[in-house]
Design a protein around this ligand. Structure first.
Ligand code: GLA
Length: 430
């Protein structure tokens, strides 16, 4: 394989993706049937490589081992958070001159990545890594096309040999016009290696006005795909993402589902930018969308109330619902300050009717908490008109029951201000 010319590889790749798009919807590598959950270092730790000044916060093996320990021992793994993902700045500034393989920075990762993966696996945690489809990563480390040589197959081989479980492939320093060749080439390379690796593409994050055709290609080649701006530690950043997902809701819904997921970026809950209510808001939207839940925070010092939001079983179940449907935006008013979203969930045992989740959002930053009230059937026309639905508050597990409603009745909820939500589940009663 490694002896093939680039043109031959592109040709095979083209034929491969053509066959796939014709007969199969989505990249059917059998992985990520549910949105992946875990932890990713970027938002919180970025590219801090000064381990002298920041011994606990720099990108080194200790950081990832600490997070693997916290994931395994603090209830996250049990709740579904499985991956600990390395982001940029893990590698040396050069490739191995003989083998051309990527190598880890030897000062910060003295034991190497393979050993780190072993450590993760010994605790039933999975390890993810970061690369870039360009000449360099965004942080300036060797990329796939380092020195303009294609290392796709060599790198996929290396990651498999290290027993890496997930790859985020970024798109800096690359020709975006060739993404329809370079990203699928990696798909092919990953398909051919031994170790199963889920594939996160940053392909759409570098494009504007993405066509259906492009999303369809992306879905055919990737397990998840980052789009829009990078998240930072602020409510403003979360709100912009919510708005972008609202504006493009109708398009995104069509390409989203088991095996292939939009990725609106990391959960920033547990850092400094979000209030308690706004943290609930990020969790609620991400779960309503059935998108990856990748926390980027310091699990060694997270506040208990933030941890509780991240471990909310009811919300995680909404995110991980087997249907994997991205919620629909049904009401948008006051320049996105009032929103209502609905999501169909998979039927429960012995009951063929679908439960639903409904999210009310209040972004207003003036005035008191306000009641939002909508007739259920106006939000969800396909509700069964002849039965009632039990309404449960998903952020209040001790006392979640709010009452029973018929579809022609109003769902009225008091919603706090400044970027807050209420999230309920409707359970059909026969
Ligand atoms: C890009 C990505 C981020 C992060 C950085 C690393 O900006 O979108 O998520 O991986 O690169 O340099």
């Amino acid at each position: 394989m490694m002896m093939m010319t680039t043109t031959t590889k592109f040709l095979i790749c083209f034929l491969f993706s053509f066959t796939f798009t014709t007969f199969v919807y989505g990249w059917n590598n059998g992985l990520s049937r549910r949105p992946p959950m875990g932890w990713l270092s970027w938002m919180r730790f970025a590219c801090e490589i000064d381990c002298k000044h920041y011994p606990n916060d720099c990108i080194d093996e200790k950081l990832y081992k600490d997070m693997i320990d916290r994931i395994a021992e603090d209830g996250y793994l049990q709740a579904g958070y499985q991956y600990v993902n390395i982001d940029d700045c893990w590698n040396a500034h050069y490739r191995d001159p003989k083998t051309l393989r990527l190598i880890a920075n030897q000062t910060r990762f003295p034991s190497g990545i393979k050993t780190l993966a072993k450590y993760a696996h010994s605790k039933k945690v999975l390890l993810g890594i970061y690369e870039d489809v360009g000449t360099l990563t965004c942080g300036g480390y060797p990329g796939t096309y380092y020195n303009n040589i294609d290392h796709t197959y060599i790198d996929a081989e290396t990651f498999s040999e290290w027993s890496i479980d997930s790859l985020k492939l970024d798109g800096c320093y690359a020709d975006t016009n060739k993404f329809n060749l370079t990203y699928p080439e990696y798909t092919l390379a990953l398909t051919n290696v031994q170790h199963p690796i889920i594939y996160s593409c940053s392909w759409p994050a570098y494009l504007k006005n993405i066509s259906d055709e492009t999303y369809s290609e992306i879905r055919d080649n990737c397990n998840l795909w980052r789009n829009y701006n990078d998240i930072v530690d602020s409510y403003q950043s979360v709100f912009q993402i919510i708005k972008y997902y609202g504006q493009n809701n109708k398009q995104f819904i069509r390409y989203h589902g088991p095996g292939g997921w939009f990725d609106p970026d990391m959960l920033i809950i547990g850092n400094n930018g979000l209030s308690y209510e706004q943290s609930k808001t990020q969790m609620a939207f991400w779960c309503m969308w059935s998108v990856p839940l990748l926390m980027s925070n310091d699990l060694r010092s997270i506040r208990p109330e933030m941890k509780e939001i991240l471990l909310n079983k009811e919300l995680i179940a909404i995110d991980q619902d087997p249907l994997g449907i991205m919620a629909s935006l049904v009401i948008q008013k006051s320049n996105w300050q009032t929103q209502v979203w609905t999501k169909k969930l998979s039927p429960m045992n012995n009951n063929e009717l679908n439960p639903w989740a409904i999210l009310y959002f209040n972004g207003h930053q003036l005035g008191p908490d306000s009641y939002m009230s909508y007739k259920l059937s106006s939000l969800i026309p396909e509700l069964n008109q002849t039965i009632s639905y039990d309404v449960h508050d998903l952020f209040n597990s001790n006392d979640s029951y709010l009452g029973k409603l018929k579809p022609n009745q109003q769902l009225e909820l008091l919603v706090p201000t400044a970027g807050s939500v209420r999230l309920v589940k409707l359970i059909p009663k026969i």
